[in-house]
Design a protein around this ligand. Structure first.
Ligand code: ADP
Ligand code: ZN
Length: 519
């Protein structure tokens, strides 16, 4: 890497983009590319991927092509470049044939420095001819995870991009994505025919975010308690359904809290207004579905709460990432319940991608139930290893205590055997606690020998224990049998005390009271 190139890159960063310093990895990527090498760039959303290819494209002789699957994004990027005085254009099906031709001509004549194209357009014979007649200095493949069948954004056209390296062997290729799992990364490099590409993996860590997970019981009281501690702060509460967004917002309003709701079922002018008020600090709290937050650039969001479990760690990471953009300490709180897991499983039941989505949900659940540093668990999902525990998550602050769960497991499993494995979590707890509910009598569950065998523990504690048994694989949920609990082979061995059952202690009554007291 010569200093001449470095100086030039630095100069253009300042002159064209108006930035004084490179963000982490940008400079390395730019240099690597300008030396003619292929690269795979993995950076979280907002990390600054665009500069990585825009800067070399402007600095080197010739012109660059950027493949992007998102028409709206292309337009934004091109407008931003034009505002910085860069001649850029995009080509996709939103333009008339005439307009496309005009841009192609300008591109061939060297009047356009960076052209964004959709994969469909790139694969046309005509555009191939255009590419052959320009001096291509760089090929960038944005949203490169679309190449992978393992991803949820799979684009069949992206699998045909291997011709690029074959036809333009001298031109450096840069693939960029925010999805970092290993399988996807390998897929990208192999399908683009750039197995030697250097991988640049930016840190996904956001050390200023506190990561906390709590049981879902008493969610609303917990939330009100938190808000009351710092009533002036801005926050987002993510809910799974439109209805719960509305209900949560209304309940907060009833407590005199400045909250409103946002979801895709609202007219767009109402949504825009809510978003606008939130950004201007005229509205403190938004209860929203995942529809909220795309492209929101609000730096002082002080907390993000997940009322329900997100469907995977990518969504979770992106949503908590809307807190603390200004780098100041911010809080995130995730409520976990098995009810949410069951509901999310039902959503993916019919999907052709069921195995993949199930695996992702399972990783989400593992995070929520982690008994080691949560940041380690989260970052390892994105392929990053933290050397030390973070000290800024609930597990680090308050490591779980373990207890022997053998007898508890025996009680639960033998009650299940006697109930012929036809009951779900709620009825099983009713049996164990000797509940006087009508349904228990109607089903004859009060005649079971273990009826009342666990009455020294609260409903809440049993929820925790059974959650742990599910977690350890002693039990599973039979989704095809109305979510009845089923005993696994391991569970049968636990019943005979053949395997140790180590579980975490449930939140104590005092801790729980403390958590709910502020409401
Ligand atoms: P990504 O594509 O990775 O999501 P972008 O390229 O859109 O991210 O960049 C995110 C934001 O960061 C943009 O507003 C961009 O202008 C800004 N940005 C990028 N690089 C720098 C830098 N070196 N210094 C300051 N701001 C930067
Ligand atoms: Zn930690």
């Amino acid at each position: 890497m010569t200093t001449a190139i470095a100086d030039k890159a630095q100069q253009i960063l300042k002159d064209v983009f108006g930035f004084n310093k490179f963000r982490p990895l940008q400079e390395e990527v730019v240099h690597h590319c300008m030396m003619g090498n292929d690269s795979l760039v993995i950076m979280p959303t907002g990390g600054g991927k665009s500069i990585c290819y825009q800067l070399p494209a402007l600095t080197m002789d010739g012109a660059a092509v950027v493949i992007s699957p998102l028409i709206s994004l292309m337009k934004d990027q091109v407008e931003a470049l034009k505002q910085n005085g860069v001649s850029a254009a995009f080509l996709n099906s939103s333009l008339s044939a005439q307009d496309q031709q005009k841009i192609e001509e300008e591109f061939m004549q060297g009047e356009v420095k960076i052209v964004y194209v959709s994969p469909e357009k790139l694969l046309t014979r005509n555009f191939f001819n255009v590419l052959q007649s320009v001096h291509l200095n760089l090929i960038a493949v944005d949203e490169a995870h679309c190449i992978s069948q393992w991803g949820h954004d799979f684009r069949p056209e992206y699998t045909k991009l291997d011709f690029l390296k074959k036809q333009f062997p001298q031109t450096p290729i840069m693939a960029l994505t925010a999805t970092a799992d290993k399988a996807t990364r390998n897929d990208i490099a192999s399908q683009l025919g750039i197995p030697e590409a250097k991988t640049f993996l930016a840190s996904f860590d956001r050390p200023n975010l506190d990561l906390t997970v709590r049981p879902a019981q008493g969610r609303l009281e917990t939330i009100i308690g938190l808000i009351n501690q710092a009533p002036d702060q801005s926050g987002i509460i993510y809910c799974l359904s439109r209805k719960s967004c509305e209900q949560v917002a209304e309940k907060l309003q009833a407590k005199g809290i400045d909250a409103d709701f946002y979801h895709a079922g609202l007219p767009s002018d109402v949504r825009d207004k809510t978003q606008e008020r939130f950004i201007r600090d005229d509205l403190k709290i938004v209860c929203a579905t995942i529809a909220f937050g795309m492209g929101i650039d609000k730096s002082n969001v002080r907390w993000v709460i997940h009322y329900n479990l997100p469907k995977n760690l990518e969504s979770y990471y992106q949503e908590i990432g809307r807190a603390g953009r200004d780098g100041l300490d911010s809080r995130t709180l995730l409520f976990f319940s098995y009810g949410d897991v069951v509901q999310l499983k039902q959503f993916i039941e019919e999907s052709p991608q069921k195995p993949l989505l199930e695996a992702k949900l399972q990783r989400m659940q593992q995070y929520a139930e982690a008994t080691t540093c949560r940041r380690k668990v989260l970052l390892s999902y994105f392929g990053e290893q933290l050397e030390k525990d973070c000290g800024n998550c609930d597990v680090c602050r308050n490591p779980p205590q373990f207890m022997d769960g053998t007898v508890l497991a025996q009680k639960a499993i033998s009650a299940l055997v006697r109930a012929r494995q036809k009951v779900g979590m709620r009825l099983l707890i009713d049996i164990l606690r000797g509940s006087k509910q009508q349904e228990v009598f109607r089903l004859g569950l009060h005649e079971i020998k273990t009826y009342g065998a666990g009455k020294e523990h609260s409903y809440f504690e049993w929820q925790h224990f059974i959650g742990q048994f599910l977690n350890l694989g002693l039990l599973e949920i039979a989704f095809d049998q109305h979510n009845a609990l089923r005993i696994t082979e391991l569970g049968k061995r636990a019943l005979k005390a053949e395997v140790p059952v180590q579980i975490t202690k449930p939140e104590s009554l005092d801790e729980r009271k403390q958590r709910l007291a502020q409401a």
